[in-house]
Each structure stands twice: as structure tokens, then as C-alpha cells.
Design a protein around this ligand. Structure first.
Ligand code: DHK
Length: 143
């Protein structure tokens, strides 16, 4: 059974104290726990990097090793064609996830390259959106 890759982009390691009025006070470690609980036994790979290179490496790893990808690309959503190109190579379902509702924020957050390739896009569910995304992905890829 191939795992679900849950990949997190820059500055998400600071969740908990980062702009709590936007992202809440839940830490990334707590989010990881919620993902593993929601996976209900389906294997999960959960990673975060502030490096575009590492996110691309992990997407390329997922091509052969993952059943599905849940990705919060954070700021790279709006800047990285390289990440888009890597995601285009992934054969399985891709869920793009954002904690905040991008469309209630500044216009710079309104156009995501990743949305051009994502199977599904979630935004505005808060940190709890991760568990929702995992439950959906487990349904998509099978138990
Ligand atoms: C997280 C970030 O770090 C921002 O750059 C995005 C996204 C929003 C989120 O809501 O999870 O614009």
C-alpha cells in the first residue's frame, strides 16, 4: 500500500505562532497527528521544507512511491513553475490545501500555479482542513 504524501511549504514550520489571526494556533506537529489519525491506518509521509528544491525532490519521489499527494505549497503556490512542472509528472490524485481562504486575502494570493494541476483545491478550512483532505484522499486511493 503506497503512502499518502503530505507536503508543506515555506514558513509552515512556524504555525502555532505565525499570524495566528490567519492560521490559528495549531502547530504543524499537531496537524501531523491529526493527519495520521484521519488516515486510519493508511500510511502517511508528512514533511515540511522552506526549500523549493526539497519540495520538488519529494514530488519526484512521490511519482513512484506515493498513492496521492496533499500539498500546502504556501508561498510557492504563486511563484513556482518548477513545482508545477514536477506535479504534472505525478500520476495520482493531488489535493492543494491552504489553511486560509486565499480569496479573502490580498490579490497576490489569488492565482496559484498548483491549482492548474491539482485534482482538488481546499482553502479556508483552517488547520482542520488537513484531516478533511486526508479522509478524502484515503477514499480516493482506497484503504
Ligand atoms: C500558507 C502560506 O504560507 C501562504 O503563503 C499562503 C497558505 C496561504 C495557507 O493558507 O495555508 O498564501
Amino acid at each position: 500500500m503506497k503512502p499518502i504524501f503530505i507536503l508543506n511549504g515555506p514558513n509552515l514550520n512556524r504555525l502555532g505562532t505565525r499570524e495566528p489571526h490567519i492560521y490559528g494556533t495549531v502547530t504543524l506537529a499537531e496537524i501531523e497527528l491529526s493527519c495520521r489519525e484521519a488516515a486510519a491506518g493508511h500510511p502517511v509521509v508528512f514533511r515540511q521544507s522552506n526549500s523549493e528544491e526539497w519540495l520538488i525532490e519529494w514530488v519526484q519521489e512521490a511519482i513512484d512511491d506515493a498513492a496521492g499527494i496533499i500539498i500546502n505549497p504556501a508561498a510557492f503556490s504563486f511563484t513556482s513553475m518548477a513545482l508545477l512542472d514536477a506535479l504534472k509528472m505525478f500520476p495520482g490524485p493531488i489535493t492543494e490545501l491552504h489553511i486560509s481562504n486565499l480569496y479573502r486575502r490580498e490579490a497576490i494570493y489569488h492565482r496559484s500555479y498548483v491549482s492548474m494541476v491539482a485534482t482538488s483545491v481546499m482553502a479556508g478550512f483552517g488547520p482542520g482542513g488537513y484531516a478533511l483532505a486526508v479522509t478524502d484522499m484515503v477514499r480516493r486511493v482506497g484503504c
